[in-house]
Design a protein around this ligand. Sequence first.
Ligand code: SF4
Ligand code: SF4
Length: 271
Amino acid sequence: MFQRIGFYRRCAQLLTLLAIFIIPLLNLYEITFVKGTFYSMDIGDVALADPLAVFQAMFTSRTISLIMLASMVVPVFLVVLFGRVWCSWFCPYYLFTEAVAWGRSRLSVFGIKPFTGRYREGSTSRQNIIRYLVLGVGLLLAGIAGIPLLNLVSAPGIISSQALILVKFRTVSFELVFILFILVLEFFFFKYWCRLFCPTGSFLSLFQGRRGLKVKKIELECRSCHTCIRSCPMQINPMTEGDNPMCHNCGICIDACPDNHKQPTLGFRFR
Ligand code: SF4
Ligand code: SF4
């Protein structure tokens, strides 16, 4: 049973998944007010693009394009205002990785104890170092090669372009193997892709400032059961680390808090 925020989040995720199939279908029937994939999309006259894809395109071609920069404005503005809600509310990969995590948790029904990882004080700094390192090395290699290499590992971009290929050409391409590969590894190990490797999510978190929507401990007195910490998929402490760039404002910790049913203990606040 989903709780308050979880219900709305799941609706947003499912609608996004539906959209990546419906958009190319509409385009097939020459309805083109919206077109494209999660690398780059046009809604009417407004162009929206994945900020990492735009940055790579300019970086590898060594040019600055005002049109391309303009396509980053809305996504970046949303991150500045609402944090990395793209990841937990809209990214199609995140829906799949949550399904995989749910499947893994069912293993305990068969007496198998899945490894889920756990929160450790200071571990978020190490995780942030790893993911920014992956992003930096990827950008460096893209610059040297002169091609936007990180698009090859952009899970949301790959999934939406595969949906387009499927609808238009009734087939899928080899890139889908990459998505299946990381999902299979997540099933047998833990949710590692979004936490440690995804360059799209890491690049977006560069725009998360000190202001904007954050998880915050509202009521200082709580029963200190640490349910919120155990529930966090990014393994951060929601009570003290709401402004950590790892937080993608999923709200799972808020729904999980048993004290929140009596009084607001943990909640989203604009800082
Ligand atoms: S980190 Fe990457 S794959 Fe994960 S939810 Fe964000 S954009 Fe999607
Ligand atoms: S702290 Fe809360 S909102 Fe942030 S990622 Fe963890 S569970 Fe989601």
